[in-house]
Design a protein around this ligand. Structure first.
Ligand code: HJL
Ligand code: ZN
Length: 166
């Protein structure tokens, strides 16, 4: 892994490669996510949709893996994470889930002392829910950046396995 510090497009491509590992499911998006320490330019965690057991989202998998590494439950991750982290996610973090599970925006907000920047590849299409997460992140002082250039590819990967609406 030798992505240069601040090469947001390269990190987004990395997240997209992770998304390709996710098994297609008609009722979600296939998403990839990467957590980077922006001080050391180290990748702290990677994740993709349904990587971990249960109905898991990409960002959620990153946080669960980090929690496991630190030996704490996800709810206590804010106590052990370093500061100045960036989250790259191919689709913006969800603010509502059809399943009723805790949305990833809530998980990110819990970590707002650490996750200072969220880089998104695309906004979530309003097929399942209406996503209002970015405002909530920004209101909490988290910078949200749309990394442009991979939108089409990200959506193609995200919706593979969905029924085609003509
Ligand atoms: C993001 C993911 C993922 C989605 N979004 N950011 N990361 N799968 O890993 C958002 C979509 C939800 C549906 C169904 N997808 O996944 O809105 O069953 O997948 O909880 O609302 O909800 P569940
Ligand atoms: Zn989510």
């Amino acid at each position: 892994m030798d992505i240069q510090a601040g090469d947001h497009l390269a990190y987004m491509r990395y997240a997209l490669d992770l998304a390709r590992q996710s098994p297609p499911k008609p009722t979600n998006y296939r998403v990839g996510a990467v957590v980077v320490d922006t001080v050391t330019n180290q990748v702290l965690a990677t994740g993709y949709t349904l990587e971990l057991e249960g109905n898991t989202h990409a960002e959620q998998c990153c946080f669960l893996k980090l929690a496991g590494k630190h030996g704490v439950p996800e709810e206590q991750l804010q106590d052990v994470l370093p500061r100045e982290l960036a989250l790259y996610t191919t689709v913006e973090p969800c603010s509502k889930r059809l399943s009723g599970n805790l949305p990833c925006v809530e998980r990110v907000l819990r970590l707002k002392e650490s996750i200072r920047k969220v880089y998104v590849g695309v906004l979530e299409p309003s097929k399942f829910v209406v996503n209002t997460g970015i405002q909530a992140l920004e209101d909490a002082g988290i910078q949200v950046v749309h990394v442009k250039g991979l939108d089409e590819e990200i959506l193609q990967v995200a919706t593979a396995g969905h029924e085609k609406s003509s």
